[in-house]
Ligand binder design. Sequence first.
Ligand SMILES: Nc1nc2c(ncn2[C@@H]2O[C@H](COP(=O)(O)OP(=O)(O)OP(=O)(O)O)[C@@H](O)[C@H]2O)c(=O)[nH]1
Ligand SMILES: [Mg+2]
Length: 339
Amino acid sequence: MVDAAAVLAGDRRAIARALTLIENEAPGAEAVVGQLFPHTGRAHLVGVTGPPGTGKSSLVNELAKAYRHRERPATVAVVAVDPSSPFTGGAILGDRIRMRDLAGDPGVFIRSMASRGSLGGLAAGTADVVKVLDAAGFERILIETVGAGQSEVEIARATHTTLVVEAPGLGDDVQAIKAGLLETADILVVNKADQPGADNALRALRASLDLAHPSARRWTSDGHHGPAAAAADTGAASTAPDDAAWAVPLLATVAVQAQGIEAVVDAIERHGDHLRATGGWQRRERERLAREMERRLRDGLLAGLLRRIGPAAFAAALDRVAAREVDPATAARRLAGGA
Ligand SMILES: Nc1nc2c(ncn2[C@@H]2O[C@H](COP(=O)(O)OP(=O)(O)OP(=O)(O)O)[C@@H](O)[C@H]2O)c(=O)[nH]1
Ligand SMILES: [Mg+2]
């Protein structure tokens, strides 16, 4: 039994139990999330995504530390989503070891999620895990996903702020990576700035940013707003899409030496302020919830339909498709229509 009141009070064991329930897709998980949901909506959700090995976990670790050491510390939850490795997999184990210096701090909660079943299940599970941590009162929730597939990018995007982490030396396919990820970035970080090629990576990304966001002005080097953002701050652009006025900051970090971390924290906070000032916060909130409802409708409809059709009828239809007697669209339509 999970005590929702204990979760709301921030009881770590109750939180852990609720998360396990969700991860196991256990009966009762939905009821707990339902009880907690009215208490959600306060946390600033930050997605951290990027190609494998760019230093996302190291950066998240440093960000969490930085939040704890601020003048007014914020409580932080970290959710590491790893669709590829099983629960005891090396990557997550490595993450756990790296996170050790945060252990024992009641203002930090770290949870790794691995996929048991489908990626869709992972997205649903992550959304619910985030709700629990939000209800438990964590003020910032950092969600790390490897930006390799659509589903992982979707998880990172289902946040208020998306941070894309790149690293030098990814070679010439730097363009290809950008194509999917760059438009989703609210903040772009080149980590491993101590490595050769960092300047090139920064230059290339700056150029790509200018292409991806042609109307946006870069943050000037002294950190002041460009004119577009300034207009938004005065409320003059309050009806404009929030993203148009936000100039994506491009920042360099060395996560393993804790360099450049404060600037990233500042950018995250500034982006949160920007969203609140422009109505973007509510807009992203609605988008996120709409996507979740759509996903649950889709999953529910599909599951119901497959149940109704039954595995035998599905297999029979598949046989005919495989034999090229029927095309997949026609077969699917007939199955759906019961014909
Ligand atoms: N030189 C250098 N190495 C770094 C830096 N940040 C991380 N690393 C190293 O890069 C490797 C990968 O770091 P992770 O933090 O695990 O990267 P990740 O993006 O979380 O990796 P995945 O989750 O597997 O995609 C580790 O060996 C880190 O020690 C950095 O700023 N400079
Ligand atoms: Mg990682």
